[in-house]
Design a binder for this molecule. Structure first.
Ligand SMILES: Cc1cc2nc3c(=O)[nH]c(=O)nc-3n(C[C@H](O)[C@H](O)[C@H](O)COP(=O)(O)OP(=O)(O)OC[C@H]3O[C@@H](n4cnc5c(N)ncnc54)[C@H](O)[C@@H]3O)c2cc1C
Ligand code: FES
Length: 295
């Protein structure tokens, strides 16, 4: 396939990131308002690690002019077993995502990444992933890595991430919005679903299933969480009460994605008790839960 890729260095801003072209290989609706897009973009796919993200822009339009951030769902390989591109999941909420849902196979887009810090290399036996809605997307790659099903990036994290057991507490509005459940199940994740309306799993909040897991024999030693902010605050409080280290991945709206516009700042606690601001795109999107100020 013709890559159409001519990567440009973003060195000076984010040294490991490139700007390149992505070509749509697949773009399909997988749940209510929820799509998975597969892009051919080997340069990005070879470097990106779980929890990192990239910016996507449509070169054919000026509205929206800015790119939009999306988390890595997974990388995919070509027939020769070479990493060839990325998959990402998106919910149609506004201008760009509505446009993206119309992109046919073969269309080009502009990408820049990998961006952000991603989730830390897991060194515990029992890891729990807590997802709200589309916040589930970073966790397929996290799971693949810690269970040894897939290696990501060129860094020294290869081979060092591990877990014996991965649980996923996954909350959604209703069954219609759930995505990738079979893929998580197929790689051995223990899934605890909750829905607002009780149409699948337990009726209630994701914190209910997390609380039950924490009081069971399978109590996690680390929690990684991504979803709406009120949910992440509740998960953060539960983790603190239970003395379980917790990392949160923020979905703060972003303009540039690589540190120059300061549109994405979030307030954090400093070691001396004061507070300061950090750019979610560069110093995040993943932060230790106790560092974040939610109000
Ligand atoms: C690091 C990171 C990773 C992300 N990963 C994913 C992902 O994997 N899948 C996915 O579907 N989305 C993800 N998002 C959110 C995604 O970037 C937004 O949904 C997208 O930018 C919306 O673009 P739009 O042009 O369609 O919407 P717009 O027209 O820009 O906005 C539509 C509406 O959504 C609101 N909105 C836009 N962005 C956000 C946001 N980040 N948080 C809350 N409200 C918002 C706007 O205020 C507006 O009301 C991620 C965001 C970040 C920062
Ligand atoms: S999005 Fe521009 S600095 Fe973070």
């Amino acid at each position: 396939m013709d890559a159409g890729c001519s990567p440009h260095d973003l060195a000076g801003f984010v040294p490991s990131a490139v700007e390149c072209h992505g070509q749509v290989v697949e773009n399909r609706c997988v749940a209510k308002d929820t799509w998975i897009m597969r892009l051919f973009c080997p340069e990005l796919a070879r470097e990106i690690t779980p929890g990192q993200f990239f910016m996507v822009r449509d070169p054919r339009v000026t509205d929206p002019m800015l790119g939009r951030p999306f988390a890595l769902l997974d990388v995919w390989k070509d027939a020769n077993g070479n990493v060839a591109g990325v998959d990402f999941g998106y919910v149609v909420v506004g201008k760009m995502t509505s446009l993206m849902a119309t992109w046919p196979v073969g269309d080009d887009c502009v990408l820049w990444g990998p961006l952000g810090n991603g989730f830390p290399v897991s060194d515990v036996d029992r890891l729990c992933l807590v997802a709200g809605g589309i916040g589930v997307t970073p966790f397929l790659a996290v799971t693949n890595e810690v269970l040894g099903a897939q290696k990501y990036g060129n860094s020294n994290r290869i081979g060092s991430s591990r877990a014996k057991s991965v649980s996923l507490c996954y909350g959604a509005r209703s069954e219609d919005y759930l995505m990738c459940v079979d893929r998580f199940r197929a790689i051995g994740v223990k899934i605890h679903i909750s829905t607002d309306d009780g149409s699948c799993g337990q009726k209630g909040f994701v914190t209910d299933t997390l609380r039950e897991l924490i009081s069971s024999d399978d109590c996690p030693q680390s929690i990684y969480c991504c979803g709406p902010e009120p949910m992440m605050q509740a998960v953060s409080e539960l983790a603190a009460e239970s003395h379980i280290p917790c990392w949160l991945s923020l979905e703060t709206p972003m303009a540039c994605g690589f540190g120059i516009c300061f549109s994405c700042v979030t307030r954090v606690r400093m070691d001396d008790g004061s507070t300061d601001y950090r750019r979610t795109c560069v110093e995040g999107p993943v932060f230790r839960a106790e560092k974040l100020c939610f109000s």
